[in-house]
Design a protein around this ligand. Structure first.
Ligand SMILES: CC(C)(COP(=O)(O)OP(=O)(O)OC[C@H]1O[C@@H](n2cnc3c(N)ncnc32)[C@H](O)[C@@H]1OP(=O)(O)O)[C@@H](O)C(=O)NCCC(=O)NCCS
Length: 189
């Protein structure tokens, strides 16, 4: 995984010392408001192990660390999609974020995401990066809009992994950003 640095953040591979923060963001009801589950410690650790293996092989969400203190604040960055959304090919690169609540409202997700987009388009040469969220997850769609992504209503979809107990979490909105639009936004190559 390539390490990216911004003014305030380091986007880097996950390390053993991040386990507690990872559990925090996977178990906090406020952070997980738009997910149909919370992870207990055992589930979080098992998922963390998967992430450690995955990051050695594939593009996956990097840990976001504060440069000033070395604290891990959550994750932010690119991820190789698996099965969702159904209308994009597996392997499409998406962008996403999840921060512990005490780090909300400081611009960290936007700052990290802009660096990840820059890396995706300039270093990886990606033609497009996508993102999606539960339709009323406004904090997340606000990040998408701040970094210049465009809503594609034709791409909205019902997530297949949402159980019948949580029908309000099923509908997802879809955002895209092409390399061409990214370059135009940055003032051209
Ligand atoms: C989605 C999520 C990462 C967004 O966090 P966020 O703090 O709202 O977004 P940012 O880090 O970009 O911060 C932007 C806010 O910081 C403010 N801010 C403060 N200092 C700032 C700075 N130096 N630079 C930029 N913005 C700053 C902005 O004004 C904005 O505030 P506002 O929401 O009141 O308009 C966070 O809510 C989260 O982790 N949610 C739970 C997980 C989740 O749902 N993930 C997405 C699944 S699709």
């Amino acid at each position: 995984m390539t390490i990216l640095e911004t003014d305030r953040l380091i986007l880097r591979p996950w390390q053993e010392r991040d386990r507690d923060l990872f559990f925090e963001i996977n178990s906090d009801p406020q952070v997980m408001e738009f997910f149909p589950f919370r992870r207990d410690r055992e589930q979080s650790d098992a998922f963390f192990d998967t992430l450690l293996e995955r990051q050695a092989k594939k593009i996956t969400y990097p840990a976001a660390e504060l440069r000033s203190t070395g604290e891990c604040v959550g994750f932010c960055g690119l991820h190789e999609s698996d099965a969702e959304p159904p209308h994009i090919p597996a392997g499409t690169i998406e962008i996403g974020w999840r921060l512990a609540t005490r780090y909300w409202g400081k611009g960290y997700a936007t700052e990290g995401a802009l660096a990840a987009l820059d890396y995706g388009f300039t270093e990886l040469g990606l033609p497009e990066i996508v993102s999606f969220a539960v339709h009323d997850n406004r904090r997340s769609t606000a990040v998408m809009e701040r970094i210049g992504m465009r809503r594609d209503t034709a791409g909205d979809f019902d997530h297949s992994n949402i159980p019948d107990t949580h029908p309000h979490l099923r509908r997802h909105v879809f955002y895209r950003l092409t390399a061409a639009d990214w370059r135009n936004k940055k003032g051209g190559l």
